[in-house]
Design a binder for this molecule. Structure first.
Ligand SMILES: NC(=O)c1ccc[n+]([C@@H]2O[C@H](COP(=O)([O-])OP(=O)(O)OC[C@H]3O[C@@H](n4cnc5c(N)ncnc54)[C@H](O)[C@@H]3O)[C@@H](O)[C@H]2O)c1
Length: 290
C-alpha cells in the first residue's frame, strides 16, 4: 500500500507555489507555505482568497469551503517550520543556484522520510538532486504543475537517476489526492509537455516574424480553428516571455536548432515586453505588438 503524504510544504509563494498550496488545501491537506518575506505571503494569501471567491461565485465549489481552505494554508518565512512535513514542493525562481540552496536548507530541516520535489520547468532533476547528499536523493524528484494550477489537471512526475520507486508512487498518490492526473516522465530537457508546447510556440512566432498573420489573428486561429482555450501569444504573455525564452534556450542547448528561440522573442524580452506582469507583451496594454 502506498502511504500518501499528509503534511505538505511549499517553498515559494509566487504564481505557481501559492496555487500548488491551494490545491492541496482544497483537498483537505495541512499546508505550510514559505516565502522569503511576509509581504509576498500576504499578497499570495490575498490572491488565493480572490481565486477561491471567484470559483465559489461561479459555482465551482461551495462558498462554505473558502474560509476552511484558507485556514489550512499556514504561511511562514522560516523553513525551520517544515520539520514536520511529509512532502515539500519547491517553486522558487527558475535559478539552479537558488533552488540548490533551498534544497540544502530543506535537507537540514526535514526528516529523512520527507519527500522533496521541484516544480522546475527546465532544470534537470538529476542535476538538481546533486545539491543534496546521496542519502537524500532517493526521496527527491520533479513534480511539474501547470499554470493556473487551480484549473490545470496535469502534473508531470519526473524521477531523477537516483529517485526510489516508492517516492514516485507517493508523489503520484499525493497529486492524485489533490485532484490532479499525474503522468510519469523521463528527466529530459523540457520533460514531455514543454517539448510539445515549445515546438508549437516557436512555429507560432516564426509565422508572426514572417508576417504570415498577426499574433492576435494567430491566437484567434488556435482558439477557433484548433479548439485551444488560449492562443500561443496570449499564453506567452501570461507565463512571461522571459520564462519562455529561458526554457527554449535550455531546449536548444539539448536538442539543437529545432528549439532555437526566434530572434523576435529575444528582442521582445530584451526590450522589456515580458507579458502580463510587465504590463506589456504580445497583447498587453498599449505597448503590445499583437
Ligand atoms: N509560470 C509558469 O507558468 C510555470 C509553470 C510550470 C513551472 N514553473 C516553475 O515554477 C517555479 C516558480 O515559478 P513562478 O512563475 O511561480 O515564479 P514567481 O516569480 O511567481 O514566484 C517565485 C517565488 O519564489 C520566492 N522565492 C525566491 N527565492 C526564494 C527562497 N530562497 N526562499 C523562499 N522563497 C523564495 C519569490 O519571493 C517568489 O514569491 C519556477 O521554477 C518556474 O520555472 C512555472
Amino acid at each position: 500500500m502506498v502511504l500518501t503524504p499528509q503534511r505538505i510544504g511549499v517553498v515559494g509563494a509566487g504564481m505557481m507555489g501559492s496555487e500548488i498550496a491551494l490545491v492541496f488545501a482544497m483537498a483537505g491537506f495541512d499546508v505550510r507555505l514559505n516565502d522569503a518575506g511576509p509581504d509576498r505571503l500576504d499578497a499570495a494569501l490575498a490572491n488565493l482568497a480572490k481565486v477561491l471567491d471567484k470559483g465559489a461565485g461561479r459555482g465551482l465549489w461551495p462558498a462554505e469551503m473558502v474560509a476552511p481552505t484558507l485556514e489550512r494554508i499556514r504561511p511562514t518565512t522560516e523553513l525551520a517550520d517544515f520539520a514536520d512535513r511529509d512532502f515539500v514542493i519547491e517553486a522558487v525562481f527558475e535559478d539552479e543556484a537558488v533552488k540548490a540552496e533551498v534544497f540544502r536548507r530543506l535537507d537540514a530541516v526535514c526528516t529523512a522520510d520527507c519527500l522533496l520535489a521541484s516544480n522546475t520547468s527546465s532544470i534537470s532533476i538529476t542535476v538538481l538532486s546533486s545539491a543534496l547528499p546521496p542519502g537524500r536523493r532517493p526521496r527527491f524528484l520533479g513534480t511539474h504543475f501547470f499554470s493556473p494550477v487551480s484549473r490545470m489537471k496535469l502534473v508531470e512526475v519526473i524521477p531523477g537517476l537516483d529517485t526510489a520507486s516508492d517516492a514516485v508512487e507517493q508523489a503520484i498518490a499525493a497529486c492524485t489526492a489533490a485532484g490532479k492526473t499525474a503522468i510519469r516522465v523521463k528527466d529530459v530537457a523540457g520533460f514531455a509537455v514543454n517539448r510539445l508546447l515549445h515546438a508549437f510556440l516557436i512555429e507560432a512566432m516564426r509565422l508572426a516574424e514572417e508576417g504570415v498573420a498577426t499574433p492576435a489573428d494567430l491566437d484567434a486561429a488556435c482558439r477557433l480553428g484548433l479548439g485551444h482555450p488560449i492562443g500561443p501569444f496570449e499564453m506567452m504573455d501570461l507565463v512571461s516571455n522571459s520564462l519562455v525564452l529561458q526554457v527554449q534556450e535550455v531546449m536548444a542547448d539539448a536538442y539543437g536548432d529545432r528549439f532555437r528561440p526566434p530572434p523576435l522573442l529575444k528582442q521582445m524580452v530584451k526590450a522589456g515586453y515580458d507579458g502580463r506582469r510587465a504590463g506589456r507583451g504580445w497583447h498587453v496594454a498599449k505597448g503590445g505588438v499583437g
